[in-house]
Design a binder for this molecule. Structure first.
Ligand code: ATR
Length: 285
């Protein structure tokens, strides 16, 4: 029998060096004693097609991060229906014969992360999504998938809000409620979940401007940001006795389906993994 081939996977992005995916997949490869590797590869915006064409030669698949998630969708041989609806692919698996299959594990990652809040996440109750960029697509897809009855979206730039609202309403066959930026705080009184998908609150950026005074008692506050682990929004939510969910759990959970597809083991998101990634984030400061 020929020796077992080492399976390789990677994350591609531009820039990519900040990615924590090599730490997560490296942890699992070691934990499960698998013969495999996972690396970060910098792929410039005009190099995506060439890279993906060559992917089957070297890799079992890859993760895709900014700015490639939307363009990648058009370069797949086959796309998971949910990823197509969300308009973004963040994970690719090379099928036997070299065909590229694209899916979106951000959706799964966000859902699993909210589930970690237990009863504080009331799936079907109204939610407000702040931001209309790439990240909000996966969040809306996850909320629709969970059966959320009323989804409000707000965004600083009205044109972007309108475009995303139209696209996602048509894709998912639901009516999303668009909320003007100046009315966002009024919407807080009617929702049981608020999600920040903007870059505001990230290290080096100002805090998200969202006064939580009107937020319903007991409403869950989620942030996709994980640097810092506790954003100003989450800190304020805690101060006001709201349950919260940070962004790190989504990062960890989104990694699992890719790992399983490439290396054949369903990995566990455990406390030790969380600690390893938290330490790595602290080291990078
Ligand atoms: P991603 O793909 O990570 O979502 P993005 O597509 O650049 O990144 O989207 C960034 C989001 O953060 C957008 O909703 C953006 O709002 P605009 O459409 O108005 O740009 C939001 N954002 C960025 N800076 C912001 C700010 N200062 N105040 C409010 N929202 C901001």
């Amino acid at each position: 029998m020929p020796p077992e081939k080492t399976k390789r996977a990677c994350v591609i992005g531009w820039p990519v060096k900040h990615s924590r995916s090599p730490v997560i997949h490296g942890y699992w490869l070691k934990k499960y004693g698998l013969k495999g590797s996972y690396e970060a590869v910098a792929v410039p915006p005009d190099g995506l097609e060439k890279f993906l064409r060559g992917l089957p030669r070297d890799y079992a698949g890859c993760n895709i991060t900014l700015p490639h998630k939307e363009e990648a969708l058009g370069l797949m041989d086959e796309v998971d229906p949910l990823a197509r609806k969300a308009g973004a692919v963040n994970t690719v698996a090379v099928r036997p014969g070299g065909k590229l299959y694209g899916f979106n594990t951000d959706i799964h990652g966000f859902t699993r992360n909210l589930e970690s809040a237990g009863k504080a996440w009331q799936k079907k109750k109204p939610a407000l999504v702040v931001g209309a960029g790439g990240a909000s697509r996966a969040v809306v897809a996850a909320l629709v998938g969970a059966g959320c009855a009323t989804i409000y979206i707000t965004n600083r730039t009205p044109e972007r809000l309108r475009l995303l609202g139209e696209e996602l309403s048509a894709a998912f066959g639901v009516s999303l409620h668009l909320v003007g930026w100046h009315d966002r705080e009024d919407a807080l009184a009617t929702v049981d979940l608020v999600v920040n998908t903007t870059s505001q609150g990230m290290e080096g950026a100002p805090a998200l401007e969202l006064d939580l005074r009107k937020l319903k008692d007991g409403a869950l506050v989620a942030d996709l940001i994980y640097t810092p682990l506790e954003t100003p929004l989450l800190r304020e939510a805690v101060r006001r006795h709201h349950p919260t969910v940070g962004g790190l759990g989504m990062l960890l959970h989104q990694a699992a389906p890719g790992f399983e597809a490439w290396f054949g083991v369903k990995p566990e998101v455990d406390e030790e993994l969380r600690k390893v990634v938290e330490d790595d984030l602290a080291k990078a400061k």
